[in-house]
Design a protein around this ligand. Structure first.
Ligand code: TRP
Length: 449
């Protein structure tokens, strides 16, 4: 069926692609703004615990299944099923993953489009095109449609190139640039007046918040979103990894990079907020809470950049280019989910499959834009609050209960002959059968209350 499968050319190629998927708007926007509104370091602490103890083991389930099956989630889960029921459950899980990935990309592309638009503002300011800059920052349907489509076309162009010439090539260029811009911005912001107070708000925990169920629910959702869990994107990336590689160590690197970059983004965003306050920009809303989410990114930070004079133009450009890069290396992993399925299971040529899936998602995004009030929040909730936890749970059930234990061990041994003696094999199989599913269920039920 179809052309021969793609494969990442090296260990680093996979690590940059998978951490490119993981590191996205969730890290640079979602994590710091949630930390800001949930007690700073208290949120950071709970997030670190949940990311390592729950999200990482679930990610490993996805990676091990993907590398073993060398196929998209639908085929992969069918191949480790052992009777008619689990075969159908595998198909269901795979299809639900494709649908969820598409809906996530549906709203993600809209937000990413705003990042593209805001990245053009400093340029048009420099060129003296103030009117154009106003249009770029206004919330018009036309602007939203144009920039969502633009962003999707860039995503489509990369995915058309395939595994090595598309995903790997662009992630190995973009991820180092992302890291460089992030570090440069942190260093710059930390030299400004007021930054120290932001560091305090971020790094000194308010322990009274730690047992707050809302905080735990947000941190868990954030960890799942950030590691791109459940929808089969990590599974398909792992399916492009050579058998020579130690999949456990790869998964560890990706998790550490993802969490590390989220923590670093906090070192940028929270100090920046207090610098803004120092410069006379309001950072608390009428109710006395820190301003967060979209108002923070699209109002507070741009207002801060304006108080910085000429330097502000370059800082604004760097910041929104950073956001755009983060979004792009994530969106390609979402689009790869339906594309890999269409290529492998329906024999479509890659370019065709990419334009088809990308076209469907552009239409979906367009519908969301045209009914923004009704659909935007709904798409986010359906895919991330319901879809992702359910899919994460199903993948743990497949890895822990349905797939034969020897199959899992053999897969681990491919890249590491001593896997049976290692700590991972001592803890993970039991863990992914019991603790992880239980934790997902408990947090999910809590979130419904
Ligand atoms: N993890 C990315 C972020 O933090 C977003 C992302 C990419 C994603 N692929 C995903 C989220 C699959 C859920 C599922 O922004």
């Amino acid at each position: 069926m179809g052309a021969p499968r793609g494969e990442f050319s090296s260990r680093l190629g996979f690590i940059l692609a998978a951490s490119g998927s993981a590191v996205g708007l969730g890290n640079i926007w979602g994590f710091p703004t949630q930390a800001a509104s949930n007690g700073g370091a208290a949120f950071l602490l709970v997030y670190l615990l949940l990311a390592f103890l729950i999200a990482y083991p679930a990610l490993m389930a996805e990676l091990i299944i993907g590398r073993h099956a060398k196929a998209n989630a639908v085929t992969a889960l069918r191949s480790i099923s052992n009777d008619r029921f689990t075969y159908n459950l595998g198909s269901f899980t795979g299809y639900l993953g494709i649908a969820t990935a598409s809906v996530i990309l549906g709203f993600y592309a809209i937000v990413a489009g705003w990042m593209f638009a805001y990245a053009m503002v400093p340029v048009s300011d420099l060129l003296g095109m103030g009117g154009f800059a106003d249009w770029l920052t206004g919330f018009a349907v036309g602007r939203n449609l144009i920039f969502m489509t633009l962003f999707m076309f860039v995503t489509i162009a990369i995915i058309c190139g395939g595994v090595q010439k598309g995903i790997e090539k662009w992630c190995t260029r973009l991820m180092p640039s992302l890291l460089f811009i992030l570090v440069a911005l942190i260093v710059y912001v930390l030299t400004l007046d007021g930054a120290g107070e932001g560091l305090k708000a971020y790094l000194v925990p308010d322990f009274s918040r730690i047992a707050d169920p809302q905080l735990v629910i947000s941190a868990m959702g954030q960890a799942f979103f950030s590691l791109s869990l459940g929808v089969g994107g990590m599974l398909i990336y792992a399916s492009y990894v050579s058998d020579k590689e130690d999949i456990v160590s790869l998964g560890r690197s990706v998790t550490l990079l993802d969490i590390g970059i989220a923590v670093m983004a906090g070192l940028l965003i929270l100090p920046a907020m207090y610098v803004a306050q120092n410069n006379g920009v309001a950072i608390y809303d009428a109710a006395g809470n820190l301003i967060s989410e979209d108002t923070l990114i699209f109002a507070v930070l741009p207002a801060l950049f304006e108080t910085m004079g000429t330097a502000g133009i370059f800082v604004a450009l760097a910041f929104f280019v950073l956001m755009s890069i983060a979004a792009l290396t994530s969106s390609i992993s979402m689009l790869e989910v339906p594309v890999a399925y269409a290529v492998e299971n329906h024999g479509l040529e890659r370019k065709r499959a990419t334009y088809l899936a990308g076209g469907v998602i552009i239409v979906l995004s367009g519908v969301i834009i045209l009914n923004f009030e009704a659909l935007f929040g709904l798409a986010i909730a359906a895919s991330t609050r319901y879809g992702q936890p359910l899919l994460g749970l199903l993948l743990c059930v497949f890895a822990g209960w349905i797939w034969h234990r020897d199959g899992v061990l053999n897969e681990l041994k491919k890249g590491n002959p001593d896997a049976e003696q290692g700590p991972f094999w001592k803890i993970w199989p039991f863990y992914v059968r019991t603790i992880v599913p239980a934790a997902i269920i408990i947090v999910f039920v809590q979130s419904l209350r």
